[in-house]
Design a protein around this ligand. Structure first.
Ligand SMILES: Nc1ncnc2c1ncn2[C@@H]1O[C@H](COP(=O)(O)OP(=O)(O)O)[C@@H](O)[C@H]1O
Ligand SMILES: N[C@@H](CC(=O)OP(=O)(O)O)C(=O)O
Length: 554
C-alpha cells in the first residue's frame, strides 16, 4: 500500500494553490472570440423589467385573488400580520422546473409560501430540466453540421400552451428560439464555438424559463416580473464559462432592489448568467444559479436564502448511490463548500461565500416535499463525527517524484509553477520532501492538451494512474483518529486499498483515493458505519453530542 499523509503540511502554500487552481474551469481551450461578434447581444444594462403578463391575461379561473386584492393583502411589515414574515430569495433548479406541471407546481408553491409568511423578494430560476445540457449538445451538433432546436421549442412552447399563457409570451419565446437557431447556424458555418459563444448559447435556457415562470405566477395572482440578471446588477468579469461576480455588483443589486423594484412584486431572475463590463453574456460555472441566489440574498441582506431541490436537503451521501442516505438537519458553511468541491452535486462550490460573509442562513429544501424543514447551512456547530460522505469519480492520480534532489522548497515551487502555467485545478494533494501526489479531475486530465508532463520532465518522474475515485468524509477532523480507525478497519475487512490520503486545510474534510470500481462498495460500507448503526466492525460508542445530533436529524 502506498499512501502519504498530509497533515497541515505547507498550509499556506496549499491553500493559495487550491484557491488559484479552483478559479479556473476552462470549458474549452479554444480562444477564438470572433464568432459571437456576429450575433446580436443584448447590451443594454439599463433597468428594464422584461415581461409581466398584462392584467388582461389574468385568465386562470383558479386564481383566487385579483392582482389588486393580492397587493392589498400582502403584509408589508412584521407588525402588519400575526404570521411571522420572512424576506427571502428562493432558487429553483432544473430538477424542480422540468416541465409544465413542475413549473406550475413551483408557481403554486411560491404562492402558498407567501401565504405562510415566506415572502421572496426574488425567485432565481435555472433552465428547465436538462435544457443547459441540451443547448451544449446543440452546439456540438452544429459543429458537426446539424442545426436543430425542435426539442427545446417543443418543451417551452408546450409549457406556454398548457397554461394558455398568451400570444405575447409565445412570440417572445419564439423569437428567443429563432435567435438561438440563427446562432447555431453561425456555429455550423464558421465551425467555431468559443467560451464566449458557449456562454451566449447556454443563456437561452434561463432567459426562457424566467419569462414562463413570471407569466404563470401572474396568471395565478402573484404579481411577478421577469429580469435578465444583468438588469438587476449581476455583473461579472470576462472569464467566460466560470466568471467571478464583480465586487461592485452587490451594492448595485441592493440599490436596484431598494429603489426600483416594487416590493409587492416578485422579481423572477435568471440564475447562472450575467454580463461582463462590456455587456457580453457570461456564466458562473455549471450549477451557478445557486451563486446568483446567494449573491442577491446577501446583497439585499434578506432573512434566508432558500435553494429548492428535489431532495429533502443535503443528504449524508448521494442518494442515487446509497438509497439509505438521510437528510442532515444542519451543516456549516465550510462543510457545505467542501461537500460541493468534493463532488456532491447538490450545491455550487462557491455559492456559500456571499452568504457566509453576511452570515445569512441558506436552507436547502425539497420542492416536492415543502413541509420538510430541509438542511440549514449556517455557522459551525460542534458534535458530529462525520457529517456526510461524498465522492468524485473517474479522476487521475498523478505521482510526481523529484529526479534532481532539489530542496523541498525548489521542488514544490517548480511543481506549482507548472500547474499555474497550465491552469490546472487540483482536488487532493499529498506531499513529501521530494514527491507530490495529487488528483486531477477528468476535465483537467493529462490528456486534455496541456503540457504538464513536458514541463516537469526536466526535474521529475511523472506517473499517471487512471480510474481512481476520491472519497471525502466531511468530518470533525479534531477527532480524525476515530474517523481513520473506522475507515481503515472497514477497508481492511473489505480488501479496499487506499492509494493516497489527505486531510484538507479547511479542517473539515478527509479524503481517500481508491480504485474507481471499488468506490460504491467503499461508500456503502462507510455509510452503514457512520449513519446506519449497521457497521461491519465495532464502532466506538457515540458521544452524547453525537447522539443528540443523530436524534435531531429529521
Ligand atoms: N449529498 C447529497 N445531498 C443531496 N443531494 C445530492 C447529494 N449528492 C448528490 N445529490 C443529488 O443532487 C440532486 C440535486 O441537484 P441538481 O439536480 O443539480 O438540482 P437542481 O437542478 O435543482 O439544482 C439530487 O437529486 C441528488 O440526487
Ligand atoms: N442551468 C445551469 C445553471 C444551474 O444552476 O442549473 P441547476 O440549478 O439545475 O443545477 C446548469 O445546468 O448548470
Amino acid at each position: 500500500m502506498s499512501w502519504q499523509l498530509m497533515l497541515n503540511l505547507h498550509p499556506l502554500l496549499f491553500r493559495q494553490f487550491l484557491l488559484e487552481m479552483r478559479c479556473y474551469l476552462g470549458l474549452l481551450a479554444l480562444s477564438a472570440l470572433a464568432i459571437s461578434d456576429g450575433f446580436r447581444l443584448p447590451t443594454s444594462r439599463s433597468f428594464a423589467p422584461l415581461q409581466s403578463t398584462p392584467k388582461d391575461d389574468l385568465s386562470d379561473p383558479s386564481a383566487s385573488e385579483s392582482l389588486s386584492n393580492y397587493r392589498a393583502s400582502l403584509p408589508l411589515t412584521r407588525s402588519d400580520s400575526s404570521i411571522e414574515q420572512k424576506r427571502t430569495v428562493m432558487k429553483f433548479g432544473g430538477s424542480s422546473l422540468a416541465d409544465a406541471s413542475r413549473i406550475d407546481h413551483v408557481a403554486q408553491l411560491i404562492k402558498s409560501q407567501i401565504g405562510l409568511g415566506n415572502r421572496p423578494a426574488a425567485v432565481v430560476c435555472s433552465a428547465m430540466g436538462k435544457t443547459t445540457n441540451n443547448l451544449l449538445n446543440a452546439g456540438d451538433f452544429a459543429l458537426e453540421g446539424r442545426v436543430n432546436v425542435d426539442a427545446l421549442r417543443t418543451l417551452h412552447l408546450a409549457t406556454i400552451d398548457e397554461f394558455e399563457l398568451g400570444e405575447h409570451l409565445r412570440t417572445e419565446i419564439n423569437s428567443l428560439l429563432d435567435e438561438l437557431e440563427n446562432m447555431l447556424s453561425g456555429v455550423k458555418l464558421l465551425q467555431e464555438l468559443s467560451p464566449r459563444s458557449l456562454d451566449m448559447l447556454v443563456s437561452f435556457g434561463e432567459r426562457m424559463s424566467i419569462r414562463i415562470m413570471a407569466a404563470r405566477l401572474n396568471q395565478i395572482g402573484v404579481p411577478a416580473e421577469a429580469y435578465d440578471s444583468w438588469n438587476i446588477g449581476m455583473l461579472t468579469d470576462s472569464n467566460f464559462g466560470d466568471a467571478t461576480v464583480l465586487p461592485s455588483a452587490p451594492e448595485t443589486i441592493r440599490k436596484i432592489f431598494a429603489d426600483k423594484i416594487d416590493p409587492n412584486t416578485v422579481a423572477i431572475v435568471t440564475g447562472f448568467i450575467a454580463h461582463d463590463p462590456n455587456g457580453k453574456i457570461t456564466t458562473l460555472g455549471r450549477g451557478g444559479s445557486d451563486l446568483t441566489a446567494t449573491t442577491i440574498g446577501a446583497a439585499c441582506e434578506l432573512d434566508e436564502i432558500q435553494v429548492w431541490k428535489d431532495v429533502d436537503g443535503i443528504m449524508s451521501c448521494d442518494p442515487r448511490m446509497v438509497p439509505e442516505a438521510v437528510p442532515i438537519s444542519s451543516v456549516s458553511f465550510e462543510e457545505a463548500s467542501e461537500l460541493a468541491y468534493f463532488g456532491a452535486k447538490v450545491l455550487h462550490p462557491i455559492a456559500m461565500m456571499p452568504a457566509m460573509r453576511k452570515r445569512i442562513p441558506v436552507r436547502v429544501k425539497n420542492s416536492y416535499n415543502p413541509e420538510h424543514p430541509g438542511t440549514v447551512i449556517k455557522n459551525r456547530e460542534e458534535g458530529r463525527l462525520v457529517t456526510a460522505i461524498t465522492c468524485k469519480r473517474d479522476v487521475q492520480l498523478i505521482d510526481i517524484s523529484s529526479t534532481r534532489m532539489l530542496g523541498a522548497y525548489g521542488f514544490l515551487s517548480t511543481v506549482f509553477t507548472a500547474f499555474e502555467k497550465n491552469k490546472l485545478s487540483v482536488d487532493v494533494l499529498a506531499s513529501s520532501e521530494v514527491s507530490v501526489s495529487l488528483t486531477l479531475d477528468k476535465k483537467h486530465s493529462v490528456y486534455s492538451g496541456h503540457s504538464l508532463c513536458d514541463d516537469l520532465r526536466e526535474v521529475a518522474d511523472v506517473k499517471v494512474k487512471n480510474n481512481k475515485a476520491i472519497i471525502t468524509l466531511i468530518a470533525d477532523v479534531t477527532r480524525s483518529s476515530e474517523v481513520l480507525a473506522t475507515v481503515f478497519q472497514v477497508f481492511m475487512r473489505q480488501g479496499i486499498e487506499v492509494e493516497m490520503l489527505s486531510q484538507g486545510a479547511s479542517k473539515v474534510n478527509i479524503s481517500f483515493i481508491v480504485k474507481d470500481d471499488e468506490v460504491v462498495d467503499a461508500i456503502t460500507f462507510l455509510h452503514a458505519c457512520f449513519f446506519e448503526d449497521n457497521c461491519l466492525i465495532e464502532m466506538p460508542c457515540p458521544s452524547p453530542e453525537e447522539e443528540y445530533a443523530r436524534d435531531f436529524q429529521p
